[in-house]
Structures are given as C-alpha cells and as structure tokens.
Ligand binder design. Structure first.
Ligand code: NDP
Ligand code: 2IT
Length: 443
C-alpha cells in the first residue's frame, strides 16, 4: 500500500463519523500522490501525513446565554488549532446550526493548506458554534458573542491564534466579540480580524474574499486565453463572499445572473441588481425572495440550486457540498467554462472529478477564496504597526497575492505535468511549504 493510501485508510477508519473531515483529507492527500512518490521514505519516516492530518489541539466548550424571553440557552463552541508550523493559527469562526466537530475539522485542515498556499506567515485554525444568528435580536447575538468570547479568549492572542468571520459571523459578531476580548484582556490588540473600520479593521477586508476570487479567476482565464468580459456568471449564496464576488465580476465586465440563499435562488436575466441585493442581505437581513419586490420580472426558484442555470463561469459561494455530480453534469451540458470555489469545499469530490474529465477549468477554494484570509493578514500587519493603509493599497496588495498564488500553482502544474489540474497543484504547493517547515523545526 502506498503511504498516501495507508494514511487515508487510517483516517477513514478512525473518524468514520466525520464525513466532511474525511472528504477534505482524502481530497488533499489524493492530490499529493506525485510529490510523495518522489520521496516516499522521507515523508514516511517523518510521519508527515500523520502530522498533517492530526490537529495540534481541539478546544470544545459550553456557551450559555439568555434569550429575550429570559430563557437560558446552551450552545457548543469550538476552536480547532490545526497547525502553526508556518505562522500563528489563523482562520474564521462559523455560527450555523449545522456546525459540528467534523465540519470544524475539515475547515481547520483545509485552512492550513490555504494559508500555506498564500506564502504568508499564517498557520491554520477554525472555530465556531452551532448557534444560529438568524432571527435573533441584536441583544441576543451580543449575549451569545460575549459568552462565546468569555471562554475563547483563554486560547487566542495576537501572536498565537487570530480568529475572523465565516458563515453567520460578520462585522456585527466580530464587533461584539472584540469588545468582550478587549475587556477581558484589558488590552487593545488585533487578535480578531474583520473588525469595524472605527476600531482597527482594514479597508478592503469586507470585499477581499469576493474580490480575490475574481482576481484569481481573471488570472486563470487569461492563462487560458479567455477573459471575463461579456461572460455570464452564475453565483450561489448571497452573503459576504457572494456579494463582493458579484460586485467585482460586474466591474470586470461580466454579467451575473443569479444569487441564492438556503431557501432558493433568484435568476435575473438582466443581471443581478447589486444595490438591491446589498439592501436585502446587508441591511434588512431578509430572504433572497425579497428581490422580487425590487424586480418583479426576475424569477425566484424555491428549494433549488443555481447550477441548473446556463452560464459560462460558475462560482459556488455558499457552503460545503452544494455542487454535486448531477450539478456538474448540468454545467457540462450547458457548456460551462469554469467552476471556481468562493466557498470552502462546495464541490463534491465526484463532481470535481467529472468537471476535470470534461475539461472544465476548476479552481479549488483553498486557492480561489484565499483573498479573505490574506487580507486578514494585512489587517494584522496594520494593527501591529498602528497605521491604516488606504483601500487602494490593500486592494492592490490583494490582487498581487492572488496573482502570485496562481503563478505558484502554474509553476507546480508545469513541474509535475499536471496540465490544468489546478487542484492538485494547489495542494502540492501548500504541502511542500508545510512539510519543509515541519521537518526543519523537528518533531
Ligand atoms: P455568510 O454567512 O455571509 O453567507 C453565507 C451564504 O450561504 C448565505 O447566503 C447563506 O444562506 C448561504 N448558506 C449558508 N449555509 C447554507 C446551507 N447549508 N445551504 C444553503 N445555503 C447556505 O458567509 P460567507 O459569505 O462569509 O461564507 C460563504 C462561504 O465562503 C463559506 O463556505 C465560507 O467558509 C467561505 N469563506 C468565507 C470567507 C470570508 O472571508 N467570509 C473567506 C473564505 C471562504 P442563508 O442566509 O439562507 O443561510
Ligand atoms: O475560510 C476562510 O478563509 C475565512 N473564513 C477567513 C479566515 C480569516 O482568518 O480571515
């Protein structure tokens, strides 16, 4: 049995009840076959794959908070600190009822690869809670966030572990957590990123994941003699990543025809009205169906996914496993050009295989959505030097980082003869850096 197969089967056996974690490990380790085969004895001797698939530590805690009816609620909180070989732990916090240990572990594991791929000094972590901010009052969200931080603050720090946002955790939640952290530490340091602009946040962080996605899509299309101009783009989600992906896609000359939430999707053949979408989602925190109040000629499709819509570029920006084999078949049938992941692991492994076999350009989330965490690093940098960069400075650094990620992926693709298998190339690049850092620092 090869070393890769050995470790995959151990992980599958040991963590049978953690399907998302297994899926992410299998996905990455399968990409590494060529690089491991070059020096299998060395990697085996240093137990590199065992080390990479085992988190440094998992912190799990109780989060009690009172709702507006005066009732006590108990949620589960997590922080999974995966690997800090290349820099302090870094990664977001997800607040969603589906959060469990398997999801936390898959996210922390892939964050470690993503952060390594940026070439920046950031290790990997993820955290969150099964708390659902949807439908809660501001006071309830604040009560939850304060309680969550009352426990989390013990384990984080500006040089140790720097959380940020993710699904269900935006500027409001980061603000409440930062306030509590500052109070508990009695110190003003940038231990969270995604902060508001009035208290240490970075210009451009809000836009960074979506903008970064489009910058790397643009690089990839150019490398394949294509461009975004006049392309039809199909986007899923209507949250932070989706909204700013739509904004930049429009700016780069494409037409975006969809947006969605967990209830259904909007199809607007005239192009999504971004201002309406921002008002519905960022201001009113309402359902996507409300878009019909702004554009009655758009179509609302309940309980279905956007992948049935004909387009050129498909950008899944909602959640994991939202694009499966059937969806991939639709995309191929509709002569799509590319699928690029704004979300983390939105495409199932069967769907990725089918897309690659059918020559659809595919960019994995760990490359395509790395602009968010990269700009978090720029926020940390600004906090450390007590200065604020302008929007255009941050944006041009972000663009450079995304172009550099794509250039590194291409270099590996050439070296390993991978053609346009950017997924394997991204994993290999991230792995080489991590492995080198771990071996150099001893066991
Ligand atoms: P938001 O909470 O802002 O938005 C999430 C969007 O996805 C909403 O439209 C939500 O709909 C939808 N969604 C969430 N869960 C589900 C589900 N189970 N089924 C269908 N739709 C769902 O999160 P973000 O935009 O920040 O995150 C989106 C994705 O991008 C996630 O995978 C995240 O991990 C990833 N990501 C985020 C980064 C960031 O900087 N924020 C950076 C890199 C990756 P509804 O409101 O109905 O739940
Ligand atoms: O998945 C991700 O990269 C994020 N949610 C952003 C993490 C961060 O630390 O900014």
């Amino acid at each position: 049995m090869t070393y890769v197969d050995e470790v995959i089967s151990k992980v599958k056996e040991e963590y049978k009840n953690e399907p998302e974690f297994i899926e992410s490990v299998e996905g990455s380790l399968n990409s590494l076959r060529l690089v491991i085969a070059k020096n299998e004895d060395f990697y085996r001797k240093n137990k590199i794959l065992e080390r990479l698939t085992t988190p440094d530590r998992i912190i799990e805690f109780r989060v009690p908070w009172y709702d507006d009816k005066g009732e006590l609620n108990i949620n589960r909180g997590y922080r999974v600190q995966w690997n800090n070989a290349v820099g302090p732990y870094k990664g977001g916090l997800r607040f969603h009822p589906s959060v469990n240990l398997s999801i936390m572990k898959f996210l922390a594991f892939s964050q470690t690869f993503k952060n390594s791929l940026t070439s920046l000094p950031m290790g990997g972590a993820k955290g969150g809670s099964d708390f659902d901010p949807k439908g809660k009052s501001d006071r309830e969200v604040m009560a939850f966030c304060q309680s969550f931080m009352t426990e989390l603050y013990k384990y984080i720090g500006e040089n140790k572990d720097i959380p940020a946002g993710d699904i269900g955790c935006g500027a409001r939640e980061i603000g409440y957590m930062f306030g509590e952290y500052r109070r508990l530490r009695d110190n003003f340091v940038g231990t969270l990123t995604g902060k508001g602009l009035s208290y240490g946040g970075s210009l451009g962080r809000k836009e960074a994941t979506g903008y970064g996605l489009l910058y790397i899509v643009d690089s990839m299309l150019k490398a394949n003699n294509l461009s975004l101009k006049d392309k039809t783009v199909v986007v899923s989600g209507a949250g932070n990543v989706a909204i700013y992906a739509i904004e930049k896609a429009i700016e780069l000359g494409a037409k975006v025809v969809t947006a969605s939430d967990s209830s259904g999707y909007i199809y607007d053949p005239n192009g999504i009205d971004l201002e309406a979408l921002k008002e519905i989602k960022e201001v009113k925190r309402a359902r996507i169906k409300e878009y019909l109040n702004y554009h009655s000629d758009a179509l609302y499709v309940a309980n279905k996914r956007v992948w049935e819509v004909k387009g050129d570029i498909y950008l899944p920006c909602a959640t994991q496993n939202e694009l499966d084999l059937e969806d991939a078949k639709n995309i191929v049938k509709n002569k799509g050009i590319a699928v690029c992941e704004g979300a983390n692991m939105p495409t199932t492994s069967e769907a990725i295989k089918y897309l690659l076999e059918n020559n659809i350009l595919f960019l994995p989330g760990k490359a395509a959505n790395a602009g968010g965490v990269a700009t978090s690093l720029l926020e940390m940098h600004q906090n450390s030097i007590r200065l604020m960069k302008s929007f255009s400075e941050v944006d041009s650094l972000l663009k450079g980082i995304m172009e550099n990620i794509f250039a590194n992926i291409q270099k590996i693709s050439h070296e390993y003869n991978l053609g346009t298998d950017y997924k394997s190339a991204a994993d290999i690049f991230a792995f080489i850096r991590l492995s080198d850092a771990m071996v150099s620092q001893g066991f």
